[in-house]
Design a protein around this ligand. Structure first.
Ligand code: C2E
Ligand code: MG
Ligand code: MG
Length: 647
């Protein structure tokens, strides 16, 4: 008997500790955690009544009623535990909504526990499930198999759900969930040979311990500042919901001025602010009884997911949140006004793609002016745009293999020589489905995917092939400007790639001019400085593109071996502001004093041409002369102008 008690008592202790740590580890958020907690509570009660029953059996002669009650409770909680464990698996796989739709499951799932409950209650009178013999010993009755069958039906359900949804679980999670069944089956099997040792509850406890360690990791899923679920949990839940074709709404709350507020009030107070917002959301969740999941994704972004049965209240809840967050919030005696975008997204109607949904959540604040009203994703959402964004990588790959890229040329005018002396090569992409895609969209994507290196090589080859052609020689064009992105600049093979292509087409280095952007210069160190130096040593000149758009560090500009500076069009177009005109004039003078030449970009009017020519800017580029045009049009354009000049 001691052996018997030893196993049960240790199961009881382990369950107690598990239950305690589960509560203290704050594993009470979210449906799954709550159901897991219920499983543990049930398992704990099972061990309590199991241990109590054994103690009564061994030490309390007589006490028949107590024995009946304690054995009945043990058997009831034991069956209930299996049912709750199956519910936990269903929640993890998030398939409740599917089961609810199926009438067979609706009947089959509650049936076994009903049978168990009825038979245990009637057992007090019939003694058919179990009974106490004359000497007061516990004996199984003829109806006892009902309990086995109930347990078996739930086990089959559980195993089936784990198996059918294995794609949603990592391998470790899959086996941890299975372990409960495997261990219990093994224990039941062992018990057949050693009926004295009741180790089944012990085996269940070990299984639940595995789950607690492997599946239930609240530290990974809870944001410590707000006590809400974190972005990892959000990612998992959203992916799973979409995979399961679940209908649900997301209320997205982006505090767009969070970073500037944090800069003013400091990190600690900003954390207090986040807690305050989280508390408001929790309170609203509680008072409105919508039982939604709440998340904090970082960077002032909160999310609330609302299940299908509560969806008709999403707009009302979003309005309440919006009003609540528009009121001033006081943190550390500072009154703050949040700029909160609140947006209701209906899945899968507005968005059914995970990547697009995540992008949308990140970007919708950038793309829309703050109105103070609740936004509806269906009004904001340009599916084509997000679709395009999603497919850019394959569009770029396809364009590279199927020669969909085209190099255009924009003529650059020399004010000193009164002729077009050069041109800038600008890449164009026309996709069969999406039409013209601007470089501002595909270049950043190509930089991320690494396709920019192939694109760079393609542009250089095209330009060099053009320069080497007979057509080019007749145009009296001195050189072509080629854009280099930062990613290209920091690539180890840049020098060999550029020099290799020049060599291939027998083009001399003075025929090309590489443009690097002002932002790129902030990365100047190591490999980039080495690349620029080696290419300069090889005789290639560099221009600084988009000057005036970023933070101009003149010290850095002066330290680079640059031949030209290209003034960005946003910098050259401000005649209406006399102070900025002074800045422009002095910048031009300073660049010239540093012995660099100037290209004024984005010149659209004759007035500006005259102005820059008067400021002694050597080169002018802009729509006033021509937009970027295909190679053949460029040849025609320059040839015409040559002839006009000659006349
Ligand atoms: P960027 O190098 O500063 O090119 C100048 C941009 O200004 C071009 O836009 C050009 O079409 C536009 N532009 C020129 N004159 C005017 C004007 O008078 N008015 C207005 N409104 N715009 C004018 P585009 O072709 O859309 O290119 C945008 C940017 O994409 C380029 O800016 C460059 O940074 C990048 N890009 C283009 N082609 C390539 C390429 O082959 N490689 C790399 N790495 N980047 C490229
Ligand atoms: Mg450029
Ligand atoms: Mg530019």
């Amino acid at each position: 008997m001691e052996k018997l008690l030893a196993f049960d008592f240790s199961a009881f202790l382990v369950m107690g500790v598990l239950l305690f740590t589960t509560v203290t580890r704050r594993m009470t958020h979210g449906k799954e955690n709550r159901i897991f907690l219920a499983t543990l509570a049930c398992a704990f009660l099972t061990t309590v009544f199991d241990t109590w029953s054994i103690i009564l059996d061994v030490y309390a002669d007589g006490q028949l009623t107590l024995k009946y009650i304690s054995h009945s409770l043990y058997l009831f909680f034991h069956s209930l535990m299996v049912l709750i464990y199956v519910s936990y698996i269903i929640s993890l796989a998030d398939i409740w909504h599917r089961l609810k739709r199926n009438i067979l499951h609706k009947i089959l799932i509650p049936l076994p526990i009903l049978a168990v409950t009825v038979s245990l209650i009637t057992n007090f009178f019939t003694h058919k499930v179990f009974y106490m013999d004359e000497s007061g010993h516990y004996c199984r009755g003829t109806y006892f198999p009902i309990l086995y069958i109930a347990g078996f039906v739930y086990a089959v359900y559980g195993i089936f759900f784990i198996w059918a949804n294995k794609i949603l679980f990592k391998r470790s999670r899959f086996w941890a969930l299975m372990s409960v069944f495997i261990l219990v089956f093994a224990a039941t099997f062992l018990q057949m040979f050693m009926p004295d040792i009741v180790i089944e509850m012990f085996a269940t406890t070990i299984g639940l311990l595995f789950i607690s360690m492997i599946v239930q990791k609240p530290e990974e899923n809870i944001d410590l500042i707000t006590d809400l679920q974190n972005s990892t949990a959000y990612t998992i839940d959203i992916k799973r919901n979409l995979y399961n074709e679940k209908v649900f709404d997301i209320i997205m709350i982006n505090v767009s001025n969070f970073h500037s507020i944090r800069d003013i009030i400091g990190f600690d107070a900003a954390n207090d602010l986040l807690k305050e917002i989280a508390n408001k959301l929790k309170l609203l969740n509680k008072t409105s009884k919508i039982n939604s999941d709440l998340y904090y994704l970082g960077k002032g972004k909160f999310r609330m997911t609302i299940d299908e049965d509560k969806r008709e209240r999403s707009n009302e809840i979003a309005e309440l949140i919006n009003t609540d967050l528009q009121a001033q919030i006081s943190v550390n005696h500072t009154n703050l006004n949040l700029v909160c975008y609140v947006c209701v997204t209906r899945c899968p109607y507005d968005v059914d793609d995970y990547e697009i949904l995540m992008h949308f959540g990140d970007r919708f604040t950038d793309d829309h002016e703050y109105s103070g009203n609740v936004l509806l994703a269906r009004d904001l959402f340009s599916k084509e745009r997000y679709d395009l964004f999603n497919k850019l990588d394959s569009i770029i790959d396809n364009a590279l293999t199927n020669h969909k890229f085209q190099v255009y040329y924009q003529p650059i005018y020399s004010t000193k020589e009164n002729r077009f002396n050069s041109a800038e090569a600008l890449l164009r992409l026309k996709d069969d489905t999406y039409g013209f895609i601007p470089p501002d969209v595909f270049i950043p994507a190509a930089e991320k995917s690494g396709a920019i290196h192939k694109i760079g090589a393609y542009v250089l080859e095209e330009v060099c092939e053009f320069i080497a052609s007979k057509d080019f020689q007749n145009l009296n064009i001195d050189y072509i400007e080629i854009n280099l992105s930062v990613t290209q600049c920091i690539h180890q093979d840049l020098v060999s790639q550029v020099l290799g292509i020049l060599e291939k087409y027998k083009v001399t280095p003075d025929k090309i001019n590489l443009e690097i952007t002002e932002t790129a210069t902030s990365h100047v160190q190591g490999i980039m400085a080495k690349n620029i130096q080696e290419l300069t040593d090889a005789g290639i000149h560099f221009s600084l593109d988009d000057f005036g758009t970023g933070y101009s560090n003149m010290q850095r500009v002066a330290s680079l071996p640059l031949k030209m500076v290209k003034l960005d069009r946003t910098f050259v177009n401000h005649e209406d502001n006399p102070k900025l005109s002074i800045v422009l004039e002095n910048t031009v003078k300073m660049i010239k004093d540093m012995d660099m030449q100037i290209v004024a970009e984005g010149i659209e009017t004759e007035q500006l041409v005259t102005r820059f020519a008067d400021m002694q800017c050597e080169y002018i580029q802009g729509y006033y002369f021509s937009k970027p045009i295909p190679k053949n049009d460029f040849i025609v354009f320059i040839t015409k102008n040559l002839n006009r000049n000659a006349k």
